[in-house]
Design a binder for this molecule. Structure first.
Ligand code: BGC
Length: 407
């Protein structure tokens, strides 16, 4: 073996070791298909206050929410827990359209960006609360190789494929059925993605189950199976504003990310493949920082972005439900924790919200997203945790949002 290929091997070895260390203990990252949902950590010490008019039992109410342009009926599901926390979901895009939680005085507000009617969700929109798939985030050039075969997907974001393509799971009608457990109420959404849809191989059976309990936890469990090898990366694209949607920008929200590394990107937002240390950079949220505190630095060289739009490596072992993020809005006292089994979380701060009708008037930085997911462009980066799903395997992924208040 010549010297240059030896040094390549060495660089690959170093990169592999660095990645193994970065993605978690035990150095083995289970493939998406092997992940098993884990039990949830104990409930927070500061429970949500009981608003006046607290109700006797958890409820799931179903109503029509209009029809698609093809005449299919869309259902609206309202889940309410005994503390009055209320979550609304629609079967179009298996979309989270409202989360009402109390502030420290017990006053409820919707804290996720949305449209008032179905019409807004039918057009192109910034994925407000959508279930995003078959592959959340970007695939470079809309191309990858799987088992020696080149797969070509539609490109819908400059040269790249974004969020499952021009239609994607966000613009599909999902079947809905109620789910009840002793501790929670919920909805199970199911969608069959045809072989070849958006260019992806294999017929994919996908489910997304949302459940709400009395500990103020909204849990999202995803599964998928396929009849041919394919790639899968599912997430929810909710935009949060813990002061209440429409109350202004989110730059004063205090964010903690349980992430020591992030993925630098090229000028088309594709990860370079490096897992960079956050220490000493504006990307460091290992201690809480206001989201806007260092955003100005990102708008200049060498980043030249409109703000945070980067994937972070969540500390600990992928496949285990563990803390990824904690956000506090100081004025209302609302707190949201995000726990996930995924290796990564994309922090996106509504950089492209333009205040137009397609964004329901929401402007830049009026919401932030914490999209739990596998790393962007994994199908082209063999050193990243695999997103390949094969027949006989079941993709499993869980993300939990825990809402509370602090004095
Ligand atoms: C991406 C952004 C994109 C946004 C809306 C986020 O997940 O990272 O770049 O603009 O979704 O599509």
């Amino acid at each position: 073996m010549g010297r240059s290929s030896c040094s390549l091997c060495f660089r690959r070895l170093v990169a592999t070791i660095a990645l193994a260390v970065a993605v978690g203990a035990g150095s083995h990252v289970p493939p998406a298909a092997a992940q098993t949902p884990q039990p949830v950590e104990p409930a927070p010490k500061t429970p949500l206050p009981l608003p006046t008019g607290a109700i006797a039992s958890m409820t799931h109410d179903v109503k029509p929410f209009g029809t698609t342009r093809e005449g299919q009926e869309v259902s609206l599901h309202t889940l309410t827990n005994r503390k009055g926390l209320r979550v609304k979901l629609i079967s179009y895009g298996a979309t989270l359209i409202s989360v009402e939680t109390p502030d420290r005085s017990g006053k409820l507000a919707n804290i996720t960006l949305s449209f008032p009617t179905l019409e807004g969700y039918l057009g192109r929109h910034p994925y407000f609360g959508s279930t995003v798939g078959r592959y959340a985030n970007r695939i470079a050039g809309g191309k990858f190789t799987l088992d020696g075969r080149t797969i070509a997907l539609a490109t819908n974001n400059g040269p790249n494929h974004l969020h499952g393509g021009p239609t994607g799971f966000a613009h599909r009608l999902w079947k809905a059925e109620p789910v009840t457990t002793p501790e929670a109420v919920g909805v199970k959404f199911q969608y069959t993605s045809a072989d070849g849809e958006e260019g992806y191989p294999g017929k994919l059976e996908a489910t997304v189950v949302y459940t709400l309990n009395d500990a103020g936890e909204l849990r999202i469990d995803y599964t998928a199976t396929t009849d041919k090898p394919t790639v899968v990366n599912l997430t929810n694209h909710a935009y949060w504003n813990l002061a209440g949607a429409g109350s202004g920008d989110v730059l004063k929200h205090e964010l903690l990310l349980a992430c020591d590394k992030y993925l630098p990107i090229d000028d088309t937002s594709i990860p370079t493949g490096v897992l960079a240390d956050v220490r000493g950079t504006p990307f460091d949220f290992t201690q809480p920082h206001p989201i806007g505190e260092r955003i100005g630095a990102l708008k200049q060289e060498p980043h030249k972005t409109k703000g945070y739009d980067h994937c972070y490596v969540v500390r600990g072992a992928a496949g285990q439900l563990r803390l990824a993020a904690r956000v506090k809005e100081p004025a209302s006292g609302r707190v949201m924790e995000v726990h996930t089994t995924e290796p990564g979380v994309q922090l996106y701060c509504g950089n492209f919200l333009d205040g137009g009708p397609g964004a329901n008037g929401f402007k830049q930085h009026e919401g932030f997203c914490l999209e739990t997911q596998h790393f962007p462009d994994s199908p082209n980066k063999p050193e990243f945790p695999s997103t390949v799903l094969r027949p006989g395997e079941t993709f499993r992924s869980t993300t939990l949002h825990r809402f509370s208040v602090e004095p």
